[in-house]
Structures are given as structure tokens and as C-alpha cells.
Design a protein around this ligand. Structure first.
Ligand code: ZN
Length: 177
């Protein structure tokens, strides 16, 4: 589950009263036998380009407070902030669905109802050395598009890391150690 508090500033006149929303980039749950006849784990992923892109399409869109002085947003590997953002959210939810399909296997943090899961523990991490707002070491192609894994037909993707219970650390593609 990735329920993230997303701050969306209103117009200049309303800037003093910023609107706080609970933006959901994606979530996973399961169907109820009493409703549909079976228990089927499922995941939902929203359009990262339309809802809260600075959270759901991070690091291809970055929050305003990170714009000045920071590295700014990265070039998405397929040239689409929304779709490239969704790919990472899909990976996040698939990993959590596989490791906690009925949302009763385990949880980190303190809330079993909104459990912190293996994707949540590594949000914002995409490579070795990341942390504290730095996404970690990622690859760049000739046109500056960033990625950490290769797909078929020359496709490239940038996906967030997930928690490894074996390594007891966040882990993922393009790890340097
Ligand atoms: Zn999650």
C-alpha cells in the first residue's frame, strides 16, 4: 500500500492555505468470497502523470520544495513522465501483492490496518548509495534518459528498489555491491 500525503498548492492567492490530500499512487487488496465467490488478490495503479505526479511519478517529477538547488527531475527512460512513473508503481504493488497477498502476512511500522510493506520501506531508492533524498546511482543513456534495468527490444526502465528480508536492506536492479 502506498498512501502518501501529497501537498498540492492552490493558486497564488490561495497559497497560504495549501490543500492536503491523501494521494494514492497504487494499492493492493483482495476480493471477498461473499461478494464475488472467491478470494483474489489484486492491485490498482493510478495514472501517475495525472494524480500527484511529484509523488507518483517521482523522480521524473519532483516536489516544488526540491526544485531549487537540488538535482531537479530526471528524464524518464521512455519519455513519458506518467507511464514511466506508473511502471515503478506497478512493480511496487506487484512486489507487495506477492509478499503479502491477503494483507495479513506481516507488516513493518506500527499500523496493521495500513501496513508498511516491502515497497514502502524503499520508496525513493533506485540505486546503490541512495537515501536521504538521493535516489542512488542510476544509469543514463546518450540522451540523458535515466534507467536501472533493461527490458526486451532495447526498452529501459527505472523502478524503485524493494526490501530484501535476506539482505535486510533495500535491493534492486543495478546494485553496485
Ligand atoms: Zn506500498
Amino acid at each position: 500500500m502506498a498512501i502518501i500525503r501529497c501537498e498540492i498548492l492552490g493558486s497564488l492567492e490561495k497559497r497560504s492555505s495549501s490543500i492536503l490530500l491523501n494521494a494514492v499512487c497504487g494499492f493492493h487488496y483482495f476480493t471477498f468470497p461473499s461478494k464475488v465467490g472467491s478470494t483474489l488478490p489484486y492491485a490498482w495503479v493510478g495514472n501517475s502523470g495525472k494524480q500527484c505526479p511529484q509523488v507518483c511519478a517521482y523522480p521524473f517529477a519532483v516536489p516544488g520544495y526540491m526544485g531549487g538547488g537540488g538535482p531537479g527531475s530526471l528524464k524518464p527512460p521512455n519519455g513519458d513522465v506518467g507511464i514511466d512513473g506508473m511502471i515503478s508503481v506497478i512493480g511496487h504493488e506487484l512486489a507487495e501483492l506477492a509478499s503479502n497477498p491477503l494483507v495479513n502476512a506481516w507488516y513493518a511500522a506500527s499500523d496493521p490496518i495500513a501496513p508498511t510493506e516491502i515497497g514502502d520501506l524503499c520508496e525513493g531508492l533506485y540505486g546503490s548509495g541512495g537515501g536521504g533524498g538521493y535516489i542512488g546511482n542510476v544509469m543514463k543513456d546518450g540522451s540523458g534518459q535515466t534507467f536501472n534495468m533493461h527490458g526486451v527490444n532495447g526498452r529501459k526502465f527505472l523502478v524503485q528498489w524493494i526490501w530484501s528480508p535476506v539482505l535486510k536492506a533495500c535491493a534492486g536492479p543495478n546494485a553496485l555491491d
